[in-house]
Structures are given as C-alpha cells and as structure tokens.
Design a protein around this ligand. Structure first.
Ligand SMILES: [Zn+2]
Length: 401
C-alpha cells in the first residue's frame, strides 16, 4: 500500500485483570505515569486522527523536473515564465447568459492584446453543451457564437485545453458519438478504489462510473474542443481536473494519469496536496517544484502545476509578489502559473455565490486590469516572460526533461 497508516496507541485498560489486581492501590510512580499519559492523550489523539498529508510531488512515478536555460531564444534572459490560466466554466442557462459571457470574453481578449499576455483557458466542455444539444434555438445560437469568440481568441494566440468536473454530460457524448465513434483506449487500470481523503466531486463520480467512462469523457471532450476551436486538428493536449481532484492517494493518482494517457492527453495542470478545502490544502507547488514528468507505461505526461499561494494558488485577484516568485537559479527558468475564473465576472456568479461578498464586479475588473498592467511592466523589465501552457509543454517535450 502506498498510503501510510497511522497507529493507535495501546492504552492500558483494566480489562482481563483479576479483581485483586484491580483493587490494588497504585504506587506514586504509577500515578505519575498515569497523569502524564492523560496529559499527553489529547496530543496523541490528534496526531493519530489527522491523516498524513498526501504530497503527490513525492509519489514514486512523479519526478520533479525543470526547464534549463537555453541560449538565443526570445525568453533566454527573462527570470521566469508566466502563465495566466483560467478555468472557463460559464453558467449558461439563458441566451442572455451566453451574451454576458461574450462581453466578458471581449474584455479578457482586449486586456490580452493591450498588454501582450495570452490566456490559457481550461474549457469545461459540459458548460458548452447548449450549443450542441439545447432544444432552445436562441440559446443554441448564442452559445455557438460564444464558442466562436473563444475560437477567435485561440486564433490570436490564446490556448484552450480541456477541463471537466466529473464525467462528460452523457447527452453530449451521445451527440459526439453519433458524429463519429471514437475508439476508447483502455490500457490503464480498470478498477479504482473510492477516494477517501478528499471530498471528491471529480474522481468519485468517475470511480462510480468506472475507468471506461473516465477515458470516454476525456476522449470525446478533447475531440469536441478540437472540432469547435481548432478546426478539427488534434491540438488539445492538456487537462485540468475539476476541484483539483486527481484522487486522494498515489494509487488513484496513477490511475488518473493512466486515463489521461489513454485519452491521448500529454500534460496536466492541477496536482494538489492535503484535504480539499482544508487547512493543509494546497494546489500545485512553489516555483522550482511545480514541474514534473509522470511516467505512464511508455508515455510521459508532463505536470505543469499552478503556483501555490494564499487561498490555494496564485490568483490575479489576490496580490502576490511575482518578482520574488520569479527568482530562478542561473541555469533554469522557473514557471509561475496563476489561476482565475472568467465566470467570476458573471453577474449570476456574484448573485449566487455567497463567498464572493467582498469585491464588486467592477472592482474585480479593475483588479484584473491592474494585474495585466503589472505583468506587462515586469515583462518590460525582463522579469516575466508571458507564455501559454501549450508553448511551455512544447519546450518541456523538446527538452526531453
Ligand atoms: Zn473548474
């Protein structure tokens, strides 16, 4: 077993002793030991109850790696790469929701062009479903237009990769299957244990449905994005797990990477440690420790993790000292990956999500504008080189790191 088991302390109970032994008056020494044990008991108890923190970066099949400094490249003299990633998961129930998201995409695209900082969007294909399977022609049309906007942004240098919370909508899979039946590769392990450590709204649902459905979701999801955003070219190579959930231990994480490999995906961005949402929860790792090569059979999947930070990860909405994070040794260029959700700029998100009680929508937009301006400034100073995950993956694959 890969998971460490905690041992319960053996506490001296009077069970099984003779009545005479039970009646015996304890000596001073025995009393002192008992008092000490009682005092230490709460400490022992907490140590035994709290599970050991799983750190995927220490799993035997995940090897930390780095990007060596290459001469004569546009980025050769920068201190670090900067990836601005976002999970694209708009709430789309009405045609107006799609229109609102189109406005947000225009805002995001203008910021990118003005400041020379591309986005890497992890697109939750289930949120695009109305464009393919809605019975409402208005909703269908406007969701399609939103996807076309995203495709145009991709054409101008943004990167779109796959994201899913749980399995792909079965109606969406049926729609894709009717167009073209894809082969579902099942070389990975077909059985999985129930995830215990994290509150899992990704891996558990996949476990319930089985490995085949996991790979089917990833395979059809990848193809749906390629058809919609890349003119049918097999360009979608990366995945980010919804809820940062790749399972709660090494065994499950290995199955997860097998599923990515079987679906033809080449990189992942989303390892996390600790219990989801708990005090010890952390997404990704610090620069210098957030890149890894994951061996799956004959394949290597690269992990390009978000940069851990307050609240879980570096987030354009929260101030972080990017200059300090960009510190790299002479022979390597480190990578900072931040995470945002453009759907946070939707009115419905503010109205329904009680956790967003602080910044108003306009404040959030201004915060994002300031973030872009800061990254642009740091680029001009030779500190940060903005890049997409696709480009970064290509560098790592070419390096053979
Ligand atoms: Zn998500």
């Amino acid at each position: 077993m890969l998971k460490r088991q905690s041992q319960w302390p053996v506490i001296g109970l009077s069970e099984g002793k003779s009545p005479a032994a039970r009646r015996r008056v304890p000596s001073y020494k025995q009393t002192a030991i008992a008092v000490l044990l009682l005092a230490a008991f709460p400490l022992l108890l907490t140590q035994c109850i709290s599970p050991s923190i799983e750190d995927p970066f220490s799993y035997p099949f995940i090897k930390l790696t780095h990007i060596g400094r290459l001469e004569g490249k546009p980025f050769s003299n920068y201190r670090a790469f900067y990836v601005l990633s976002e999970d694209f998961e708009p709430v789309i129930h009405t045609p107006e929701d799609a229109d609102e998201m189109r406005t947000i995409l225009r805002f995001a695209s203008d910021l990118s062009e003005k400041n020379g900082v591309p986005w890497t969007h992890f697109v939750d294909v289930n949120t695009l479903a109305p464009a393919f399977i809605s019975d409402d022609p208005g909703l269908k049309l406007r969701t399609t237009q939103m996807i076309e906007d995203l495709a145009q942004m991709t054409g101008r240098g943004d990167d779109c990769e796959l994201h899913l919370h749980g399995g792909m909508d079965s109606r969406l899979i049926d729609y894709m299957r009717a167009k073209e039946r894809l082969k579902i590769k099942l070389e990975g392990i077909e059985t999985a244990h129930v995830s215990r450590q994290r509150k899992s709204f990704f891996f558990n649902s996949f476990n319930r449905d089985g490995y085949r459905n996991t790979v089917a979701s990833l395979t059809y999801g990848k193809r749906l994005l390629e058809d919609s955003l890349y003119g049918g070219k097999s360009s979608v190579l990366g995945f980010r797990p919804g809820g940062w959930d790749h399972g709660g231990n090494a065994e499950e994480t290995f199955i997860y990477f097998n599923a990515l490999s079987d679906a033809g995906l080449a990189f992942n961005s989303g390892l996390s440690s600790g219990v989801f949402g708990g005090k010890d929860w952390r997404v990704g790792n610090k620069p210098g420790r957030n890149l890894a090569a994951v061996r799956v059979g004959a394949n290597t999947i690269f992990e390009i993790s978000p940069t851990s930070g307050p609240g879980g990860y570096v987030n354009p909405m929260l101030d972080a000292d990017l200059t300090k994070l960009a510190d790299s040794p002479k022979d390597e260029i480190r990578v900072i990956v931040s995470v945002f959700h453009l759907s946070q700029l939707q009115k419905s998100a503010v109205e329904t999500d009680e956790s967003i009680s602080g910044p108003h929508l306009e404040d959030m937009r201004q915060h994002l504008e300031r973030h872009f301006a800061m990254v642009r400034d740091l680029r001009e100073k030779g500190v940060l080189y903005p890049i997409t995950l696709r480009e970064l993956y290509a560098l790592m694959a070419a390096n053979g790191s």
